[in-house]
Design a binder for this molecule. Sequence first.
Ligand code: UDX
Length: 480
Amino acid sequence: MRIGIVGAGHVGAVCGACLAAIDHDVTVIDVDHERIRTLREGRMPFVEPHLEALIARGRARGNLSFDVDPAALSDAEVVFLCVNTDSRPDGSVDLSPLESAVSTLAAIPGLDAVLVNRSTAPVGTAEYIRSVTADARGSAMRVAVNPEFLAEGTAVRDFLAPDRVLIGASDERSARALTDLYRPIVVRDLPADVGARVGAPTDGEDVPFLVADPASAELAKYAANGMLAVKISFINEISAIAEQVGADVTRVAEAVGLDARIGKHFLRAGIGWGGSCFPKDILALQGMAETRGLSARMLRAANDINGDQRTWVTRALHARFKTLFGRRVGLLGLGFKPGTDDLRNAPALEIASQLAKANVKVRAFDPVVGDVPLTHRDRIEVVADVEDLANGSDALVVVTEWPQFRELDLPALRRRMRTPLLLDGRNLFEPEEAVAAGFAYVGVGRGVANTYPLPVNALPSSAGDGKPDDEVPIRTSDVA
Ligand code: UDX
């Protein structure tokens, strides 16, 4: 089918590359000429595993192109709207990019496509899009909803091997067009090379294909992210209790997650969620409820707990050092999760701001992030490798659980540090291995594991008197 994509961001570029991979003829447009130029040159505007290879595949086969001219979509049968829909602090959603995209499409002479909104947008947006096209053309265009359930770092696989495809349609032609479009994914008929590349099954049971009304499809997307966020905040609330009662939340989560009704995913306690989706979607869902006089107490609580998790590092440091003045702290990871260079709502940025206020020298290493936003240049020094990060540090903090951090030579890093304290914000390490390497170890919801008092290399002289601080002893614990 002839497919148009509006928006070449994390969602649009992935959708375009994957639809081309299942042999549709795809054109992706964006108002950002620099981004289109980058993609046309085969370069990636952001890190997303397998995206570069699939874009190269589509361009080589001639069924994937990038353009800035909306007229390039004039013969499309389906046009996906993949533009950003950001939340304002009050929970309302800025639909102006969507309005602009729809107005542009409605102005394309002869365009007779089904407009499909993939951007996460409040319930009623599909109806609103129809009205914008009716105002522009005199008669409304067909509009459907197809929420994306793509997680950064696994977006290509999430698209090609989804848990389900969800459509919101109010007319037969739209439903049929999307049924035809997604058929290769539903029946898992992926090209062998594509399936192999992304580890997507090319046989087995069909992918569930749900067709609902537009409002239900729009709400389902928010409800899915709301459920995931509540799960994370739930286990983080349990982690705070575990810390006090001397339990290990990772063992608690393992036992809870084995219940088939609960499931093991999204029960990893840590410094909480970031990214471009959860924060804005939870706020928007709360806003949708509260503007209708509902309370959204669970969502509000999930957000509040997540905010508390952002202070875990600062609290852990204050509990172990009488003063943080002049300390050097190394952040392992900057992105909001592994597999991406996305710093939107990344916990690392907020943690660094809190530490900088306490006059801590904050340094950071991330495998794919080499720089921080201008707003944070004055409080984070990005270094080139973990060895440099450890030099003279009073603590290393696991902020992003990159798999390669699991393989770090802890004893070697300890020897480089001034005070070997490991704050494991993502429970990436086992306490025993950290303690064996000579670290004082603090996990989230795992209590502390170390010799007593804090093992030290050379205590920093506290500001002024030249004598070492009296270290606040670490609480020993019977953490397994
Ligand atoms: C999310 C949803 O997963 C995806 O379906 C939706 O389409 C977009 O939003 P994303 O934000 O890319 O995807 O990342 P995700 O993997 O969901 O993680 C979100 C945040 O939660 C990350 O900061 C991650 O570190 C955190 N997280 C995740 C936890 O703290 N604990 C967990 O157990 C899982």
